[in-house]
Design a protein around this ligand. Structure first.
Ligand code: PLP
Length: 415
């Protein structure tokens, strides 16, 4: 079946916005996706009809509880666990990671080691580095191969030892689009008894995630990158979530998941995140009537999204290779599409990413300049302080939008 791009786009009112008589194009998905109508409706419905704090003995609070629990259930399906207690919501991925690093690091001793990577967003580096400093623990950084922007797997194996307590690595890079072989990396970490933490923020809108299949201990994502509102989600294995010494208030629950969800949460955002999962499941249902439960609908949707995005990548790179003044950072071999998602970083010898992005923005084409907080990468690549021009595609982008982008890039660079 061809991808139902027209009906997909109808769900996103923001994609109709006009600037100077032309429809705008969002290539800024890596910084945050647009939102389907049903996500906004779910949030406003929560606020207008079932707005209450948790666990009171009256009807509105009970309805609010049901909706929040449905949120845990939707995200459990999205991430591939059957245990809704393993789904923790929080302000965003960064805050959840700081909470976790503060808890895990209490179990570390001087002489222990942890491993982070040069291809990660700093939200999966600094929380660990700062906790390691407090605990007197050594931090190793897996180096990035700059020719294709992949992590050096031999170096990773060499860094692992029985002293390794934690491996924190990204599923996909928000700077270069590289997909790391996390399943293998998790298995290797497990052999030495290390806890694994996967940052799946950049992977979530592009591919199906299954924490059970990955066998990771923790995994984080953020709903605003996969068509939901600004809220973070953390999966953790029950055994660890129950036993780790989390900082919490005395009256707050000690059971899961409440033990990790300090203070009053954004219940409306929990509803919005669940609606984003349901939006994707509905897409799967539209594509295959044989997919009857949410899990299989998500399987179908994410497979279709990944195939459609591969078509977009192929088209984009075929046209981009003709612009030889731009350097692409990352995988450009069509035989290796499985190792990347459609996020592309470029630099130009004399025109800064800021300047190119500003000129594109004036034409209604939204791309992002800078280091994208993937500071370990931009430092390793010698790209500070300007970073890269980042162009990211999501399943609501089209070949026509990409043609407009490439034509405008040619125009901007020639001027
Ligand atoms: C790969 C990656 N990890 C982590 C983050 C931080 O996520 P949050 O904004 O939810 O803290 C981002 C945000 O851009 C990201 O792209």
């Amino acid at each position: 079946m061809t991808f139902p791009i027209e009906s997909v786009r109808e769900h996103f009112p923001a994609l109709q916005r006009q600037l100077n008589g032309r429809t705008v194009c969002h290539f800024d998905g890596p910084a945050g996706s647009q939102v389907p109508q049903m996500v906004a409706c779910s949030m406003s419905d929560y606020l207008l009809n079932t707005n209450s704090n948790r666990s009171a003995p009256f009807v509105v609070s009970q309805e609010s509880d049901e909706r929040v629990e449905a949120g845990h259930s939707a995200l459990a399906d999205f991430l591939g666990t059957t245990d809704t207690g393993e789904i923790v919501f929080g302000q965003n991925m960064t805050s959840l990671t700081f909470t976790l690093s503060r808890a895990i690091s209490q179990t570390w001793q001087p002489g222990d080691e942890i491993i982070v990577s040069q291809l990660d967003h700093d939200a999966n580096v600094s929380p660990w580095v700062q906790a390691a400093k407090d605990a007197g623990v050594t931090v190793h950084h897996i180096p990035v191969n700059l020719e294709d922007c992949t992590l050096d797997q031999t170096a990773y194996r060499d860094l692992l030892s029985e002293r390794t307590k934690l491996v924190a690595v990204g599923y996909a890079s928000n700077a270069t689009g590289t997909v790391n072989p996390v399943k293998k990396m998790i298995a290797a970490a497990r052999e030495v008894g290390a806890i694994t933490f996967i940052d799946a923020v950049h992977m979530a809108p592009h591919r199906r995630i299954n924490v059970t299949d990955l066998d990771c201990d923790f995994l984080c994502c953020s709903a605003y990158k996969f068509f939901g509102p600004h809220i973070g989600i953390m999966f953790g294995k029950r055994r660890l979530l129950e036993s780790l010494p989390v900082y919490k208030l005395r009256p707050s629950p000690n059971s899961l998941p409440g033990r990790w969800m300090s203070g009053t949460q954004s219940h409306e955002s929990t509803c919005g995140a669940a609606a984003a999962v349901d939006y994707l499941a509905n897409l799967g249902k539209t594509i295959s009537s044989e997919a009857t439960d949410r899990t299989s609908q998500l399987d179908v949707a994410m497979q279709a999204i990944s195939e459609y995005e591969t078509e977009l990548s192929e088209h984009f790179l075929e046209r981009m290779t003709k612009i030889d003044s731009l350097k692409l950072w990352g995988i450009n071999d069509p035989n290796r599409w499985g190792e990347r998602v459609p996020t592309f970083s470029f630099t130009h010898d004399s025109i800064s990413p800021q300047e190119i992005a500003t000129q594109l923005g004036e034409r209604g084409l939204f791309a992002w300049p800078g280091n994208h907080y993937a500071l370990p990468f931009t430092e390793a690549a010698g790209l500070e302080p300007e970073g890269t021009l980042r162009v990211g595609f999501l399943h609501y982008n089209t070949v026509e939008e990409i043609d407009r982008l490439v034509d405008s890039l040619q125009d901007v660079l020639q001027q």
